[in-house]
Design a protein around this ligand. Sequence first.
Ligand code: 5GP
Length: 205
Amino acid sequence: MINGVIISGCSGVGKSTVIHKLLDLHPEFFFSVSCTTRAPRAGEVDGVHYTFISHEEFEKRIKDKYFVEWEKVYTDYYGTPKYIMEGIEGQIKVVIFELDTRGALNIKAKFPQFTTIALLPPTIEDLTDRLIRRGSETRESISSRQEYLREELQRLTSFDYAIINADADESAALVERIVLSLNNRIKFYAKHIETLLDSLNTEGM
Ligand code: 5GP
């Protein structure tokens, strides 16, 4: 049983913090490491958080059909390598994807059996404060992106699950609960039910 879990939400909502807390709880979960052209932030490690490559290299890989999906988010490219999907066919049980809202819907369209989880900010003010604290945005650049934010929030309405990310530890625990419950979907028990039905027949109850 392979469970693809796509975690998405507006930029700055705290996806990577929640995901890395989840991976601390479950080192057996496999994280889909994306390629990006943006510069590493403090503490980010090449090959762990992202594979950091140049614009030229990214565009070459687009031409070579290296990605299962890619997006230009603001000024930089982000993409999910195809080989991750091939790894899924192997022994990996849970694969966690961190994607922007468009990438999330693209992967979900290609792999409808995957589960989508939306991380929501408690308030817009909270989201704005986080982006400013992270140092990647000014209040002016955020307010010029209102329309983009609106589109991102609207895309999230078609997701399977949602979590209001007020506290990263609590959110990681909620994601954990969702992921662990995926193995209990009824579709995985068809064989067991069949066996129960068979023994009902043979035991003549
Ligand atoms: P950041 O620069 O803050 O790490 O990421 C910017 C946005 O790109 C975030 O919403 C992040 O989830 C998203 N992102 C990261 N990797 C990928 C990817 O492989 N594909 C897509 N479509 N989005 C990604």
